[in-house]
Structure formats: structure tokens, C-alpha cells
Design a protein around this ligand. Structure first.
Ligand SMILES: *Cc1c(COP(=O)(O)O)cnc(C)c1O
Length: 392
């Protein structure tokens, strides 16, 4: 199979030049059998790496029982998975979706309904952040901070304004009596790996409490243990009113969810929202297995053990190539290095050297490896990057 042939039948929205055929642990193999170290994990999805035996067996067992029933009925894996999410997040009620984008859509609808019940004339305005990314559907795109993603598709949903991330005053300045929600990533991913300051998150929580505005935290990328806590907001001793998750939630099976406190969740009643597939037995069996393996293998502790080493190695690269690497930032196993050159050149050159990297924005390389990554893999990554940066 060649790339030109492969590209023919697709709407061209992705630039891709590899066909991967299988994965094992933290490695991917292309169709020619070449082996690549993966520091992207399918965009922060494959937290357990590839081909985890217990995970695969969980899916196979579920396939043998039942794959789909619809949401006209309960199913056992979904009941269990919702319980795991409630326990891990401290939020009372869960709705399963098929993707992160749909979790955002649901979160926006819930916030709008909550505001509507308080005041039928509320405009349901939402404050979002610059540099944010929440997805590509019309609703999720409306709260995404990158103008050139939005512009060709306007008019989007109305009443959205954008504040500066980590600038509480800039959020306060946008609050009106119509504001129903503030939405942000607890650690911005796609926009360039920008961690929140504790003051910003706790300040937002207070601001929202004082004005009965809902705080929506998008942990689709930074949740599920990636930053060293199950959810990143747990560093700040606060809880969101609505939480969105996806990516590593199913570790490869498409599944997302949003969760809310009882008080907020009860704004929704039968008929307000729904999905055919969302929370189907196969997808939620994956979620159950993921939570069970996280617990058995203590994945989150592993993140905390290994992540200082990733930081150390990235900082070592920065000292060595200080004219190219401008900044190293992140938390846990979610790091970014900001470059003085296009990230795409480094990504391409690294791939030539059997290292999979992904960018975030035009000049930032994002490191979101499988959470099972070990020091030896980070050493391999360092050596390849040393070679790659040496060339530029
Ligand atoms: C990936 C991502 C989304 C969108 O999720 P999809 O599963 O691609 O629809 C939303 N928010 C954040 C923070 C993301 O990283």
C-alpha cells in the first residue's frame, strides 16, 4: 500500500505520510516492519501503550457477550464505568459520548439548560479561552480559541467571548448577567501546552461560585492520570461543575463522557439529550478495563515516578540547543518544548529517525507518551532528538 493510493479516497484534511500496521508496548510498526518509539500515543489516547493483554482480553470477553443495546436500556459495563468515573472525579452523574467533541457539546447544552431553568430569557453566554481547543463540531468550535479554525464556518453558536488564559481579570471583565459558563482546559494541550496557575483555577472557581456560573473543565487531554493526578483539577483542591473527558478514557476505543454535580445534572430531563452509541457495552467495557488496569498497575504513581526524568531530559536538550529551544513547560507526562523554528521540520526529521512526535501549534512539540513509558525509552528519545537538533 502506498501513500498516494491511500490518499485518493479521503477528504484531504490531514497531512499524513505513514501507514502504521501494529503496536506493541510503546512502539509502533509501519507496514514495512520498521519500529518507531511513540511519544504521541495517538494524541494522548493510548495511555496503556499498545497491545496490553488484559485490556484486549476485556474487549474480547465483551464482544462475546454483547456489543450494542442502545440507550433504551441499561447495560452492565456502562453502570460500572459510570461508577468508576464518579468515584475518580467526585462528580455525581455521567453521560457517555463517542468522542471528546461530543462531550463538549453535551457540556454546553447542560450549561445552557441550567441557565434556562433559572431565567428563560438568559442568552446563555459562555466565556472561553484564547489558545483553547475543544473540538471541531459547530458547538465545540464556537468555544475554540483559534480564530482561523472558526472563521470559515461562521456563524457559529452565539454569545461566546474569549478571555486570556491565566488572567483572571480578563475573565472577570467579560462576565455579564447572561454568562452561564466558563469553559477551559485545566492544562491547555493543542494550543501549545500551557499549564494553569493555581491562582487562576481557584480564582475562577470563586468567581463562578459568587455568580452562579458553571465552571466547565475540559480534561479530555490532560485527564486520566496524564499530569500525575487522575484529573488535573485535583492539584488545586477544587471541583468543576461539569467535567469533560475522552482520549485516554477508552485507551483506543472511541468513548468520551461528561460528568456533573447532582445540582447541575438535574437540569437535564428525558428528551433533552441522547445518542445511539454513547456508552455502549463495548466502549464502556474498555472504560472499565482502563480504570481496573490503572488501579492494578498504579499507573498514576508511575507517572509521578517517571515524569521528573522526562522534564530533566527535555531541560538538558534545552541547555544544549538553547538557540532552538525557547521554553520547556508542562506537568506529568504532558510536556511541550517551544521552538524557534517550525515544529513540523522537527517532527518530520524525528520520524525519519524512528521517533514519533506530535506538534501543538506551529512551533511547539508536544510530548504525550503512553503513561507506561520507562526511563530507557526517554533515553532513546533524548538520543534521537540530540541527533535531530544537531542537524538544525
Ligand atoms: C482532543 C480534544 C478534544 C476533542 O476530542 P475528540 O475526541 O477529537 O472529539 C476536545 N478538547 C481537548 C482538550 C482535546 O484535547
Amino acid at each position: 500500500m502506498d501513500i498516494e493510493e491511500a490518499s485518493k479516497h479521503f477528504i484531504h484534511v490531514y497531512n499524513r505520510n505513514k501507514i502504521f500496521a501494529k503496536g506493541e508496548n510503546v512502539y509502533l510498526y509501519d507496514t514495512e516492519g520498521n519500529k518507531y518509539l511513540d511519544m504521541g500515543a495517538g494524541i494522548a489516547v493510548s495511555a496503556l501503550g499498545y497491545s496490553n493483554e488484559e485490556y484486549k482480553q476485556g474487549l474480547k470477553d465483551q464482544i462475546d457477550k454483547i456489543i450494542h443495546t442502545s440507550n433504551l436500556y441499561f447495560n452492565e459495563p456502562a453502570i460500572k464505568a459510570a461508577g468508576y468515573i464518579s468515584e475518580a472525579s467526585g462528580l455525581d452523574r455521567v453521560f457517555f459520548t463517542n468522542s471528546g467533541t461530543e462531550a463538549i457539546e453535551g457540556a454546553i447544552k447542560l450549561a445552557r439548560k441550567y441557565a434556562y431553568l433559572k431565567n428563560k430569557d438568559s442568552k446563555g453566554s459562555i466565556i472561553a479561552m484564547e489558545h483553547s481547543f475543544h473540538g471541531r463540531s459547530m458547538g465545540a468550535l464556537s468555544v475554540t480559541g483559534t480564530k482561523h479554525y472558526r472563521e470559515p464556518f461562521e456563524p457559529l453558536i452565539g454569545g461566546v467571548s474569549f478571555a486570556e488564559y491565566n488572567n483572571l481579570e480578563s475573565v472577570k471583565a467579560l462576565v455579564t448577567e447572561d454568562t452561564c459558563a466558563v469553559i477551559l482546559e485545566t492544562l491547555q494541550g493543542e494550543g501549545g501546552i500551557y499549564p494553569a496557575s493555581p491562582e487562576f483555577i481557584t480564582g475562577l472557581r470563586k468567581l463562578c461560585d459568587e455568580n452562579d456560573i458553571l465552571l466547565i473543565l475540559d480534561e479530555i487531554q490532560c485527564g486520566m492520570g496524564r499530569t500525575g493526578k487522575m484529573f488535573t483539577y485535583q492539584y488545586y483542591n477544587i471541583k468543576p461543575d461539569i467535567l469533560t473527558m475522552a482520549k485516554a478514557l477508552g485507551c483506543g476505543v472511541p468513548v468520551g463522557a461528561f460528568a456533573a454535580s447532582e445540582k447541575v445534572a438535574e437540569a437535564m430531563c428525558p428528551g433533552d439529550h441522547g445518542t445511539t452509541y454513547g456508552g455502549n457495552p463495548l466502549a464502556t467495557a474498555a472504560v472499565c478495563k482502563v480504570f481496573e488496569i490503572y488501579k492494578d498497575k498504579d499507573i498514576v504513581s508511575h507517572v509521578n515516578e517517571i515524569s521528573p526524568y522526562l522534564k530533566e531530559k527535555l531541560e538538558a536538550l534545552q541547555s544544549k540547543y538553547s538557540s532552538i529551544i525557547k521554553d520547556v513547560r508542562g506537568m506529568g507526562l504532558m510536556y511541550g518544548i517551544e521552538l524557534d523554528m517550525p515544529a513540523s521540520q522537527v517532527v518530520t526529521e524525528a520520524l525519519e529517525n524512528n521517533l514519533i512526535l506530535i506538534s501543538a501549534g506551529s512551533n511547539i512539540i508536544r510530548f504525550v507518551p503512553p503513561l507506561i513509558v520507562e526511563k530507557e525509552h526517554i533515553d532513546t528519545m533524548y538520543n534521537i532528538l540530540d541527533k535531530v537538533f544537531g542537524k538544525f
